[in-house]
Ligand binder design. Sequence first.
Ligand code: SF4
Ligand code: SF4
Length: 383
Amino acid sequence: MKTPFHLMIVPTLRCPAKCSYCWSSEHTGPVMDLGTVRAAVDWLAGLNDNPVTVTFHGGEPLVAGPAFYEAALPMIAGGLAPRTVAFAMQSNLWLLDDRTAAVLAAYRVPIGTSLDGPPEITDAQRGAGYTARTRAGMEVARRHGLRVSVICTFTAQSAPRREEIVGFFRENGFVMKLHPALPSLRDDRPEPYALPPQDYGELLVHLLDDCLAHPDTLRVMNIDDLIKSVFVRRGTVCTFADCAGSTFAVGPDGGIYPCYRFVGMEEWRMGSVRENPGRAELEATEAWQRLSAFRAFVDGHCGSCRHVRYCRGGCPYNAIAPAGGEVTGVDPHCVAYRRIFDEIADRLNAEISGGDGMMALMTGRRTGAPTGIMGLVQRMVSR
Ligand code: SF4
Ligand code: SF4
């Protein structure tokens, strides 16, 4: 089976919002034209024929406007056929109108939007009026049958209010995708919002317990992904897989980067879709070499860690950001990953050796016992 490939298209780094901890947006800057989309399709068509997920990222991708998506979506789906092409989008939804929603619905584009909890928490972190504008966009999405999950960024300020935040997600029936606020490669200032790794680890364990306590009303995608990774012993999201070579991002001017997080950073540019670089040319770039160095570093540094098969040292961007672009360590969230992976692996082993969990998974029957990790696995399988 061919490895799934991930292409992130960043139509612009512009964004109308002013979130306090954002590291990936500007208020001015170019917007991708359709010639660049065409060039990106031609480049990818020549690069491989793997199934691909194309995610529109930003900045705010809806700044590109409805005409962009009406032309780009068929161009990408048609240009990459017959391979399987899935789409996704990360957007605050402020600019979602009926015309754009209709074309996104036609191409079944699931959307990840962002709310950090109740309005007072979200607006304190993301700016006054943020929640109202995003909720209005969610309503447009709902009318068109678009699937929306909600990214919740936990900062050093909001993490102590976890219970309120979880309550808000449960009351509204939102599927949560958790992001810890990160230090940025683009910003020299100390990062007052960044969530310390220790706190992130504790937060993940609390959220695991919240999911176990409320399996019918709370779903945290990260917890599902962490459990899945331990269960199948392979990273199932980019953070826990070697992303180099299976993920690329294309910026507004056609520049190629290892991931959307690096878009616009000249030292991470790997060429342009208009130059149509092949695999060998990409592998010769400085950016590729640095990511390869990270992978080699992980093989040595994490060699004795029980979780290395499904952790892989975490995200290379996180690892490289605090070190000024050099490979000097693994993802600083290692402490958090080790904490949650230990917790999941130990509980899972206890359940399996106790027999109850495996029986529940195999028969699909609830045993009457409180939901355990295997109960959550069972729910994932049946979704
Ligand atoms: S650099 Fe980090 S965010 Fe980007 S694809 Fe790799 S693991 Fe994912
Ligand atoms: S938990 Fe830490 S030591 Fe273990 S593989 Fe992940 S980054 Fe490496």
